[in-house]
Every structure is written in structure tokens, then in C-alpha cells.
Design a protein around this ligand. Structure first.
Ligand code: PHE
Length: 518
């Protein structure tokens, strides 16, 4: 963003750059090794780059292998070798009891130095004391290390290898620079302008201003890019949990569905408040789906979905009992009967069921519409199965801190023989434990399509209270039997309630609208 900053007093900020310029004023070339021996190499390089990018200097890089002292090497250089310290302690005392040696030279030097001093014939043992043998000694290790410190080199490869083995020296690459004046050399860095402002364009100062050059070699700030959107992150987490439990993902993606798939097939009566415009978004163009399948999709989309669902059921085309137009007529009639007059052992709702209402197109209000579609396909080849979906749903909500008109729903469906409510509770415990929610409570609830139904609450350790996290239940026979699923095959399902993020999380995840879970 163009700012209103004026010239930056560069020279004030960088003393080293000024020192380089001063030195170049006195002599034509600088060798950083000699001229700045104590300044760390990265600092020198930064200063030189700053000047080179403005063509005020040019420089050449020299790299050399150097012999450097280790911490231990430096101590020997300053204080003498271990053997010298031992010899010196004996010299000062004339005669030194062995067990007192560590208190004079330290435990380390006493241990290493004694052996070397014996070998050099500098001292000898006399009873349990040490006595002097050599009147004067030459501490050649120390002298060698002092020379290395001075020259940072060692000609004799054997000696070098020995010192390296004793961990007194290491080899390191050292960079130094030969610096000369560049075409724009000056004694000071001229004041620089970083931003072109409207004011400069108006008053013509842009023509003479000295703009700070771009540094195309700079790496730039890390962009922290390529991360998953928070919603996708949560989606990935849930998908992996479902996959680990043997679930197969349902084909999702079309947001417009008919009342048939969203409500009627789920035994939601046509007068149910959820079907009111207050709660559901109705589509005005086209206003209705076609019979018999009551799908809003084109034939091509349906074919693609059918092909997808074949993979889903992994049933060979030949062995599956393909659902025909006649089956749809039957399904349709079954649903009408189960609502209007009762059927399959149910007395129904007993109201005049309207085909028109059933075909009205809506923005899908829950992913249970997807589960219903997949379950009616399971009727081709009824058997135990586990499916899940994670997709967007829409509700005509007044948007507030905890409600949005669209959100993502997570839904799991398990079809099997002899399923029980206790089994559903155990499953939910395992499922939520996989995302770290270990303490659950269940509350009896009502859904038109499940009986019994349970709301699921999880204990939120951070908030210190119970939070509603899901809804669940056993699908009613009034929903399953019209599809042609056999009576013994029961289906239980659950959905996870999406929650708005807590207000502090918004700061952490500025782009996310809703997150699922808590
Ligand atoms: N479909 C229900 C949740 C639900 C799913 C599955 C079983 C029971 C309930 C909803 O939208 O709130």
C-alpha cells in the first residue's frame, strides 16, 4: 500500500555500511578478514549486499578452509595443557600427594594430565606423592594451539589429524570479502524514498527522488500458503474417522432436492412446521420436480449418480436387482399410503397427501435426504452397510451468533440385522471418542423419521458444561419399508451438529464461517 513515509535515513541505521564507505574513502580495497576481524560474517555480508544493491561497492567472495579451536582448545591456549598444569602444580609444591592433585588442577586435568606428564618424564611417583623430574618443560600442545589461533591454519596433516581426534580443533569454512568502490560510490548512502506517493506525482519530486532499489534476491516473508481451509481440515478429520470405522462415502453435491427426498420419504408429514417457508428455502424456478423419481437432476446427472452408486455398493451390475420405473411407482404409492391411510403395520398420519407438495423443490435442509436416496438404492441388494456424508445444507434461519442459513452436516448411517439402541449408544461413544469427546449423555428426542431418537451431549472440558453435539436414532419402518428394505434390516443414523466458533477462535481462523464439532 502506498504510504506517506518520506526519505529513510539509511546511513544512521547501518553503522557498518558507513564504516565500509569510510574505509573505502581512505583506501581502494578492503579485505574484511583484516579490516573487520571481529564482526560476524553474516553481518558483514548483509552490509555489503546493502551497498552492492545500490552499486556503491562491488565485492568478491573468498572462501577458505580454516582450522578453528574448540572450547577445550581455547582453554588450553589460555591456561596451558593438562600435563603442563599438573607439572606446574608439582613444581610449585615440590612434592604433592596424589589425592590432592584435583584440588589444584581440577578433576579433568588431573586425570588426563598425570598420564601425559609421566610419559613426558616431567614428573614421577614417589610413594603416594608426585615429585618433579624435569626442571623446565616446553608446553608444545599449548604453543601449537596458540599458533593455530593466530594463523587459523596448520601445515602438518598428521598433527592436524591428531588435534582433531583430541577434539581441540575443528575445520570450518570461513568467508571473507574483498571490497572495492562501485560506480555509484559516495561517502554516505543518500536519503532514499521507499514509496511513490500521489503528492510526489503532483509536485514533481518523483523526477529527482532517489528510490530505494528493489532487492529481487531477497527471499521475502513466508506466505504460509497452501494450507487447508479450516472447513476442509475438519472435513478431512471426520472422513478419516469414518473410513477408520469402515464407512463408505455417499455421493453428495446436489443442493436442490424435492420434498419427496427431503421430507415425504422420511415420513415427515406435509403439515410439519419444518416444511414451512419460515424454515425451508423453496425453489421457484422450476418450482417442481418430475415424477416418477421425483429427482431434480437431469437424466445425465442421474446416470452419473447411478454409476457412482454402483461403485458404492460394489455390486456387479448383473446381480443387482435394478430399480425400475415400476419400482418408483410402487415406492411413490407406498409413501402416499403410509402418510395418508397407513401401511406396513403403521396407522399413518391420516391426512390427504398432496403430490404437488411432495414435488416442490427445496434447498436440501439436511443430509438425511442423501441417506434416504442411498438407502433406497440399498433395497436393490439389501445387506449390512455403513455410509457417511459430509455436505452443505440450507435452512431459512434468522442469522445470529449461533445460526447461519447454510452449514455443513455430517451424517453416518449403519444398516444391519439386529441393531439395538444400546448398540447405537456404544457406537456414538466410540465415534466421538475418536475426536476427543469422551463423556457423552443421551436425551430422548423426537424426529419424524427416527424412533427412538436421541440428542447427544458431550462434556466440554474447556467450557465446563454439557454441549449438544448430535442427533441420532433408529430409522422408522415407515421410512424403510416403503423402499422395499426387508423388515429385519434396521438402520440407525446420527448427525453431528455444526457449531459456530467461539468468539476467540474467530481471531485464529479469520476466514471460516462455521466449524463442525467443538
Ligand atoms: N436430520 C436431522 C438429524 C438426524 C440425522 C440422523 C438421525 C436422526 C437425526 C437434522 O437435520 O437435524
Amino acid at each position: 500500500m502506498p504510504g506517506t513515509r518520506g526519505p529513510v535515513p539509511v546511513a544512521e541505521k547501518h553503522d557498518l555500511t558507513q564504516e565500509v564507505l569510510n574505509l573505502l574513502d581512505e583506501k581502494s580495497t578492503i579485505g574484511t578478514n583484516d579490516d573487520f576481524p571481529s564482526i560476524p560474517q553474516p553481518e558483514i555480508k548483509a552490509a555489503l549486499d546493502r551497498l552492492a544493491s545500490r552499486s556503491m561497492i562491488t565485492y568478491e567472495t573468498l572462501d577458505a578452509e580454516q582450522v578453528l579451536l574448540t572450547a577445550e582448545g581455547r582453554v588450553i591456549c589460555d591456561e596451558g595443557s593438562h600435563e603442563f598444569k599438573v607439572w606446574d602444580a608439582v613444581r610449585q609444591n615440590g612434592r604433592l600427594p596424589i589425592k590432592e592433585l584435583p584440588s589444584y588442577v581440577g578433576a579433568d586435568s588431573a586425570k588426563v594430565g598425570q598420564g601425559n606428564a609421566f610419559r613426558n618424564k616431567w614428573i614421577k611417583k614417589d610413594g603416594d606423592s608426585l615429585v618433579l623430574v624435569a626442571k623446565a618443560v616446553q608446553d608444545s600442545t599449548r604453543e601449537l594451539l596458540q599458533k593455530v589461533q593466530e594463523t587459523r591454519a596448520l601445515g602438518d596433516a598428521k598433527v592436524l589429524a591428531d588435534l582433531k581426534k583430541r577434539k581441540l580443533v575443528t575445520l570450518g569454512k570461513v568467508f571473507s570479502y574483498i571490497v572495492s568502490k562501485g560506480p555509484k560510490y559516495a561517502k554516505e548512502i543518500p536519503a532514499e524514498v521507499t514509496d511513490l506517493t500521489a503528492e510526489m506525482l503532483a509536485n514533481g519530486r518523483w523526477e529527482t527522488a532517489n528510490f530505494k532499489p528493489y532487492n529481487f534476491n531477497a527471499l521475502g516473508a513466508s506466505q504460509n500458503a497452501g494450507a487447508l481451509h479450516p472447513l476442509n481440515k475438519v472435513r478431512t478429520e471426520f472422513r478419516n474417522i469414518f473410513f477408520s470405522l469402515g464407512f463408505v462415502e455417499m455421493p453428495t453435491g446436489h443442493f436442490v432436492d424435492s420434498g419427496f427426498w427431503n421430507f415425504d420419504a422420511l415420513f415427515v408429514p406435509q403439515q410439519h412446521p419444518a416444511r414451512d417457508v419460515q424454515d425451508t428455502f423453496f425453489v421457484s424456478d422450476p418450482p417442481r420436480a418430475d415424477r416418477p423419481r421425483a429427482d431434480p437432476c437431469t437424466e445425465a446427472q442421474l446416470d452419473a449418480m447411478e454409476a457412482g452408486s454402483r461403485k458404492l455398493f460394489s455390486t456387479p451390475e448383473s446381480s443387482a436387482r435394478k430399480i425400475t420405473a415400476r419400482d418408483y411407482e410402487q415406492y411413490w404409492a407406498n409413501i402416499k399410503a403410509v402418510h395418508q391411510t397407513g401401511a406396513f403395520g403403521s396407522i399413518g398420519y391420516r391426512y390427504p397427501w398432496s403430490e404437488d407438495e411432495c414435488l416442490r423443490l427445496v434447498l436440501r435442509t439436511h443430509t438425511t435426504a442423501v441417506s434416504t436416496w442411498v438407502l433406497h438404492r440399498l433395497a436393490e441388494d439389501p445387506r449390512p452397510a455403513r455410509y457417511f456424508s459430509i455436505d452443505r445444507v440450507f435452512r431459512n434461519e434468522t442469522v445470529d451468533a449461533t445460526h447461519l442459513a447454510e452449514f455443513h452436516q455430517i451424517e453416518g448411517v449403519i444398516a444391519d440385522y439386529s441393531l439395538t439402541l444400546g448398540g447405537l449408544m456404544l457406537f456414538l461413544q466410540n465415534f466421538f471418542a475418536k475426536m476427543g469427546i469422551e463423556n457423552l449423555r443421551f436425551k430422548p428426542a423426537y424426529n419424524p423419521y427416527t424412533e427412538p431418537s436421541m440428542e447427544v451431549f458431550g462434556y466440554h472440558k474447556g467450557l465446563g458444561r454439557w454441549v449438544e453435539i448430535g442427533n441420532s436414532g433408529m430409522f422408522r419402518p415407515e421410512m424403510l419399508e416403503p423402499m422395499g428394505l426387508p423388515r429385519g434390516l434396521r438402520v440407525m443414523s446420527h448427525s453431528v451438529i455444526p457449531r459456530k466458533l467461539p468468539s476467540n477462535a474467530r481471531k485464529l481462523l479469520p476466514n471460516s464461517e462455521t466449524l463442525i464439532g467443538f
